[in-house]
Design a protein around this ligand. Structure first.
Ligand code: NAP
Length: 279
């Protein structure tokens, strides 16, 4: 395959590394010339430039994967249209789908929305790593060229799952976007402890439990803000239900209702097993 990647950061760079190791040809575009140079050094691309018109390898590209921040995806698809035509497929990796798939498909007939459910707290090309996607699920939305995009993600070890943009956004609000905000709130709450001695002690004592619960809140701030902005409605409804749960917990504490609290924790203990990644 010949694959183009626009946006050589954590996701775009990691995808390029895996594809090239599998023997595919990869060209890349990223705003910053230094990023293009680093991508070449890391082996994430065969050729890279800050603009499409500087590339020599555009003809006969099979798939272009847009890996820019969420806010730039639709505009990037628009900018690609003078350069690529069907049967070349354009796809993306953005963490929201409702704000992207309909406008992108209106611009380009062969657009398939995608979201690889893999990442780290890192950002930028220097965080790119091999095998980031292996064993994870990639969500794809129906569109012309779906089979080619499925093949691409299966090549780097992902299982693909097809669903509508709306269903995707509601599900990821629960398991990805809400956890980012809760985890960030936890970190910021600890820092509201008024006694500097207690705060320093908390820093010293924090172990694996705090590391796990704070991990996603300590990730890329730009990505967290864009996920909230572009998935606001689903996130607000998840947040309301979460606030009700937290209010119940607070009431039980205030009223010493330990049996209720224990039943609640029993439910959580049992229900956690229903998430594929928690078994
Ligand atoms: P990132 O590390 O910040 O990489 C994005 C890169 O895109 C930047 O390094 C930037 O490179 C480049 N860029 C920005 N605007 C551009 C433009 N207009 N044209 C070309 N390049 C541009 O972010 P990421 O974590 O890889 O996220 C990228 C996409 O993946 C987002 O849509 C996100 O929703 C999605 N995603 C992220 C994760 C995750 O956990 N991080 C997981 C799944 C999906 P330079 O400015 O250095 O050239």
């Amino acid at each position: 395959m010949k694959v183009g990647i626009i946006g050589l950061g954590l996701i775009g760079g990691s995808l390029g590394i895996d594809l090239r190791r599998l023997g595919h040809y990869v060209w890349g575009v990223s705003r910053n010339p230094a990023t293009c140079a680093t991508a070449l050094t890391l082996g994430a691309v065969d050729e890279a430039a800050p603009h499409l018109d500087h590339l020599t390898s555009l003809p006969n590209t099979d798939i272009v994967v847009v890996c820019t921040p969420i806010a730039q995806v639709v505009e990037t698809v628009r900018q690609l249209t003078p350069w690529v035509a069907p049967p070349t497929v354009i796809t993306d990796v953005a963490s929201v789908k409702g704000a992207i798939v309909p406008p992108a498909q209106a611009i380009y007939d062969h657009f398939v929305g995608g979201h690889p459910m893999a990442g780290t707290a890192g950002q930028g090309i220097t965080s790119a790593q091999p095998d980031l996607f292996r064993g994870r699920v990639c969500v794809l939305c129906e569109g012309k060229g779906l089979a080619q995009v499925q093949y691409l993600w299966e090549q780097v070890g992902m299982t693909t799952l097809i669903c509508s943009p709306t269903d995707h956004d509601q599900a990821v609000a629960w398991i990805s976007h809400l956890p980012v905000l809760l985890s960030a709130s936890l970190i910021n709450s600890v820092h509201q402890e008024p006694d500097p001695h207690i705060q320093a002690l908390a820093h010293r004592l924090a172990s694996t439990g705090f590391r796990d619960t704070s991990r996603v809140g300590g990730g890329n701030p730009e990505l967290g803000q864009l996920m909230a902005e572009y998935n606001r409605t689903a996130l607000l409804s998840a947040l309301s239900i979460y606030q009700q749960e937290l209010a119940r917990v607070r009431d039980w504490l205030v009223q010493h209702q330990w049996a209720e609290l224990r039943a609640f924790l029993h439910h959580a203990h049992h229900d956690r097993q229903q998430f594929d990644s928690c078994r």
